[in-house]
Design a protein around this ligand. Structure first.
Ligand SMILES: [Cu+2]
Length: 131
């Protein structure tokens, strides 16, 4: 007597990994989340570390960073406590979305002060001075 055992693997369920719901189309500025950011342009990138802080949960280090126009700033999500943070421009021009690790890069092309914050922790404030 032959018994056929057929293992049928249903492959009908597609996994869709939507990282941050960037459904509004890229490249248009605005407040679209961009978890991976851009890519740092060569060695000219300056780094802001995002670290845990006993008083304010987290902080940007350094709080104020000065770069030349055309330079990139790389935020390093380095909070070892696992607390998520965001890098969000006050004017909505960039938004890293909530992250616990990884990098976020923004290239600043226009001179001026760019203030940013963490949407999860009101005390977390930073400024990029573009000269
Ligand atoms: Cu935060």
């Amino acid at each position: 007597m032959n018994v056929w055992k057929m293992g049928i693997v249903a492959a009908g369920s597609a996994l869709v990994l939507a990282a941050c719901g960037s459904s509004s189309g890229g490249g248009g500025g605005g407040s679209s989340c961009n978890p991976t950011g851009g890519s740092a342009s060569g060695s000219s990138a300056s780094t802001v570390k995002i670290v845990s802080d006993p008083d304010t949960v987290g902080k940007f280090d350094p709080t104020t960073l000065t770069v030349a126009a055309g330079q990139s700033v790389e935020w390093d999500f380095a909070d070892s406590s696992g607390t998520p943070h965001t890098v969000t421009a006050d004017d909505g021009s960039f938004d890293s979305c909530s992250q616990t690790s990884g990098k976020f890069v923004v290239t600043f092309s226009k001179a001026g002060d760019v203030k940013y914050h963490c949407t999860l922790h009101a005390q977390m404030l930073g400024t990029v001075k573009v000269s």
